[in-house]
Design a protein around this ligand. Structure first.
Ligand code: AP5
Ligand code: MG
Length: 216
């Protein structure tokens, strides 16, 4: 099954992706995670992306589209993929449609997680992420068993550079102007499911499972 996860920053895309890939045989493709890995490894792509990410702006379309087109040409995605954080502009969505057509693939479902702005800020500012395996926590809503330590690998948790309140506000306004129009784009394509993201993490996942059905 091929799925797109849509939603504003802090909506819970990454959190739900962790559960979806466990239950469905899909490969998680997060453009944000790919950029963060490149920043950590100090690659040329990472250096370019960091300039935009630190300000809460989108990385230019041409860099992202090429990266995703390349990822979707790899063998493992044939079992199904979950796009998290892509597409984020109408241009990216149109380019994705072309890539899918070329590779004889289609999107089965677009999952749109809806959360109000004030809740998003609280979520992003309280988020903590494992430096090693990327598991996501929240200081109040989803705390690790031991403060500051990953439950899975015992390594330190850290705060993302773009999770300062001012940067989160910028990211939300970028979302409203450039990404929200995708809801209409996919509503026209007829395969979108709007999910209430303001429930407990497990309840959100139940709603997503109902939308995805038992299809694998
Ligand atoms: P990206 O990494 O994609 O970030 P984002 O879209 O801003 O989303 P987040 O990862 O912040 O939030 P999320 O929805 O995954 O929430 P999470 O599950 O972590 O992008 C970062 C940057 O990279 C962009 O700003 C841009 O510069 C660049 N970029 C990436 N893709 C790009 C593209 N396609 N084009 C151009 N630029 C691109 O949850 C958040 C917190 O809330 C966590 O602490 C979690 O524990 C908690 N939480 C989750 N669900 C719940 C719940 N139901 N109740 C209570 N708490 C919850
Ligand atoms: Mg994320």
């Amino acid at each position: 099954m091929n799925v797109i996860l849509l939603g504003p920053p802090g909506a819970g895309k990454g959190t739900q992706a962790e559960s979806i890939v466990k239950d469905y045989k899909t490969v998680h493709i997060s453009t944000g995670d790919i950029f963060r890995k490149n920043i950590k490894e100090n690659t040329a792509l990472g250096q370019k992306a960091k300039e935009y990410m630190d300000k809460g702006q989108l990385v230019p379309d041409e860099l992202v589209v090429e990266l995703v087109a390349d990822r979707l040409s790899q063998e493992d995605v044939k079992q199904g993929f979950l796009l998290d954080g892509f597409p984020r502009t109408i241009f990216q969505a149109e380019e994705l449609d072309k890539v899918l057509l070329k590779n004889d693939m289609k999107i089965d479902k677009v999952i749109n997680i809806e959360v109000e702005p004030e809740v998003l800020i609280e979520r992003a500012v309280g988020r903590r992420v494992c430096k090693v395996d990327g598991t996501t926590y929240h200081v109040s809503f989803n705390p690790p068993k031991t403060e500051g330590i990953c439950d899975h690998c015992g390594q330190e948790l850290h705060q993302r550079d773009d999770d300062k309140e001012e940067t989160v506000r910028n990211r939300i306004s970028v979302y409203t102007n450039q990404t929200k129009p995708l809801i209409e784009y996919y509503t026209k394509q007829g395969n979108i499911a709007n999910i209430n993201g303001q429930q407990k993490i497990e309840a959100v996942f139940e709603e997503i499972k109902s939308a995805l059905g038992s299809e694998q």
